[in-house]
Design a protein around this ligand. Structure first.
Ligand SMILES: N[C@@H](CCC[C@H](N)C(=O)O)C(=O)O
Length: 264
């Protein structure tokens, strides 16, 4: 079988995009893991599968896979890349497991409406009822985390970015998160500015996590630490997040096409 792919990135969070709309070759889970491998395959933080939409009003159906083969409901940086990939459409609507996402392009900057965050413990999900602004993770860290879902589960800690590599993998697998979770480590710089590193579920530390930035701003605003519109500096650059009064979260940042290839 041959597979054509496009390598893209959003602030260094990199993707192998495979468009199956005009082919019969859909990679299996083992193949996805292999393609994501940086030594044995192409290498990426997520593999993005495109297919024909099944929903009225959508231009494309997008699925996101982590290097461990698990599927994620949302991926902010990849959503911007897909909006860039569909270059013939100026404002494509993406069908994802997290819902329909509208997008728009201003030069090389792309805005995605990531939808409304889910704040109830069942929707994140957590494994028991608790205050999602003060999660019981004291056995792992003295600092309480806050959680929400952006279509995928996120928890954010607000005590600096230094523990991302050590606490991230432990919290990702904490029993509190039955579907595991992406773990954000934030430092609040001002009411409209934060620094963030994210340990991603199924991928580890990445240079940027778009849904993680959305979740961090939602969690920070709920805690009263920032305003609802906030600039987020990640290792790979800067994202602008706006949790609008209608409840939806809008993310703006760049997307880049790197190269195209064919695998046999
Ligand atoms: N890189 C992403 C998030 C990818 C999915 C995540 N690892 C998960 O399993 O939920 C982003 O930019 O949002």
């Amino acid at each position: 079988m041959t597979l054509s792919f496009t390598k893209m990135h959003g602030l260094g969070n990199d993707f192998v995009v495979i468009d199956t709309r005009h082919s019969h070759s859909v990679p299996s889970t083992d193949m996805i893991k292999h393609l994501c491998d940086r030594r044995l395959g192409i290498g990426c933080d997520q593999l993005v599968l495109l297919s024909a939409p099944t929903h009225d009003g959508a231009d494309i159906f997008v699925r996101f896979f982590n290097p461990d083969g698990s599927e994620a409901g949302a991926c902010g940086n990849a959503s911007r890349c897909v909006a860039l990939y569909l270059q013939d459409l100026s404002a494509p609507t993406l069908q994802t497991h997290a819902g329909l996402l509208s997008t728009s392009r201003q030069g090389d900057m792309i805005t995605v409406n990531m939808g409304a965050p889910r704040l109830d413990w069942q929707e994140i999900p957590l494994n028991h009822a608790c205050d999602t602004l003060n999660l019981p993770v004291q056995g792992i860290t003295p600092h309480p985390a806050a959680a929400c879902s952006m279509g995928n589960p996120h928890a954010t800690l607000f005590h600096g970015t230094q523990d991302a590599e050590t606490l991230g993998p432990i919290l990702e697998h904490a029993p509190l998160f039955p579907e595991r979770a992406n773990i954000g480590f934030a430092e609040i710089l001002s009411p409209t500015h934060m620094r963030l590193r994210v340990w991603e579920r199924g991928a580890g530390l990445t240079p940027a996590c778009g849904s993680g930035a959305c979740a961090a701003v939602v969690n920070a605003a709920r805690r009263g630490l920032t305003e609802r519109a906030c600039t987020v500096d990640v290792d790979g650059g800067t994202l602008h997040i706006d949790w609008r009064d209608d409840g939806t979260v809008w993310m703006t940042g760049p997307a880049t096409r790197v190269f195209e290839g064919t695998l046999s």
